[in-house]
Design a protein around this ligand. Structure first.
Ligand code: GDP
Ligand code: MN
Length: 391
């Protein structure tokens, strides 16, 4: 789960990370009022969306008066911001954060991520901040410092100092940096985060360190033990189909093609996508029905896949072990009875109760296309799409 910048800053500040004074606004009027509460003579107005790259697309502006804040905030509310990190639909701005503007001397990068290779939390830092870490690793890979943290020992002072000196900070700033690094690590660990990012971490004109932007993501599987984090969820920032599927215990991933895939198991999902691509098609999504799926669950899965307007055909590929092909077949038949299915459906069933499942499909008299192998199913799915394109 992702949270907003202002929420991440609030958490990190509690752990001791210095952040600018700021206030949240739900309207342009409120945004203007915040500036009088905050004080100062220059403010930064920032669209709150679950994405970085806002600066480049006009989601962040330094303002010098109430009216400038009000005018800029009015352009943000209700707008969908499309950034490098969002899809083409972008993310809706419903909240705006107003902060006292900082005087920037240097922009650095600081990130904490899970490194699957070392099975540890990895700190990534660079004296060249501001740009995305992906861009930085392409243009200046040598400017990136990395360090892994031993979970038993924690983030040890000497490691933090080494990192701070590596960033070229002076002796006075090193102590401040060590405090910030360790605070981020504690926040990461205490809340079961999967990512903490401060980009940019700045050195101000007065030589102080401060987090100018902040991002945090959390492990959904650990949310049950962090009520205060769950409360930060903002559904308006999520893909409604993906969120709806997750809330019903179905793993759903949205992609860019037009063939909807219903499968059981992540490995089979990968294989199915490969076969569709090999046959010359593009998957629109994949939905994992999991093990032991009841007909009702299959019906819910159909409802989810059909909710995606990109879907022009559905491929059901089940390799049943714990699952039962007859239950899946019954679910497919029920879906035809309860939903408006006007697109081709291709079903490949293999494994437990395969014969019963195939019989149910055959006796339904529904226009279901069937296949015995995955390759054949993928070929039929792609051919029906090509047939539709030609017609
Ligand atoms: P992002 O583009 O979504 O990552 O948003 P950021 O919060 O990182 O802001 C983008 C850029 O706006 C930063 O890299 C800064 O250059 C600039 N910026 C943000 N806050 C301030 C500020 O307080 N003062 C000044 N001068 N620039 C700022
Ligand atoms: Mn940023």
């Amino acid at each position: 789960m992702d949270i907003h910048e202002y929420q991440a800053k609030e958490i990190l500040a509690r752990f001791g990370v210095p952040v600018p004074r700021g206030g949240l606004a739900y309207s342009p009027e409120q945004a203007a009022y915040r500036s009088s509460e905050i004080g100062g003579d220059r403010w930064v107005v920032k669209a709150q969306i679950h994405s970085g790259g806002r600066g480049e697309v006009g989601g962040v502006k330094v303002c010098a008066s109430d009216s400038e804040i009000r005018d800029f905030a009015s352009t943000l509310f209700g707008r969908r911001l499309v950034t490098k990190q969002t899809d083409e639909r972008g993310k809706l701005v419903g909240r705006v954060y107003v902060e006292q503007a900082a005087d920037i001397d240097q922009e650095m990068y600081l990130g904490f991520v899970l490194d699957r290779t070392s099975e540890r939390v990895m700190v990534v830092a660079s004296a060249e901040g501001g740009m995305e870490i992906e861009e930085l690793s392409e243009s200046h890979p040598e400017a990136i410092l990395r360090m892994t943290i031993d979970p038993a020992a924690g983030f040890i002072d000497y490691q933090a100092r080494e990192l701070a000196f590596g960033l070229g900070l002076d002796a006075g700033q090193v102590a401040e940096a060590v405090k910030i690094f360790k605070a981020c690590y504690r926040a990461f660990r205490d809340y079961d985060a999967t990512m903490v990012e401060i980009n940019p971490l700045i050195v101000t004109g007065a030589g102080k360190l401060m987090a100018l932007d902040a991002k945090m993501s959390f492990d959904n599987n650990a949310l049950y033990r962090h009520q205060e984090i769950s409360e930060l969820r903002d559904m308006s920032q999520e893909d409604p189909i993906e969120a709806g599927a997750a809330d019903r215990g179905l793993a759903y991933v949205s992609l860019s093609g037009n063939i909807g895939c219903m499968i059981n198991g992540a490995g089979l999902a990968m294989a199915t996508m490969d076969m569709i691509k090999l046959a010359g098609g593009e998957p629109a999504n994949f939905l994992d029905i999991g093990g032991g799926a009841s007909p009702d669950r299959v019906l819910t899965a159909f409802r989810t896949v059909l909710a995606d307007p990109k879907v022009e055909a559905i491929l059901v590929n089940i390799f049943a072990g714990i699952n039962r092909c007859d239950w899946v077949a019954e679910g497919v038949v029920q879906a035809y009875g309860k939903l408006d299915i006007e697109i081709p459906v291709i079903v490949r069933l293999s494994g437990t109760n395969e014969a019963q499942g195939k019989k149910i499909l055959a006796e339904s008299n529904l226009p279901i296309l069937t296949a015995d192998t995955l390759a054949e199913a993928a070929r039929i799915a792609v051919e029906t799409m090509k047939g539709k394109a030609a017609a």
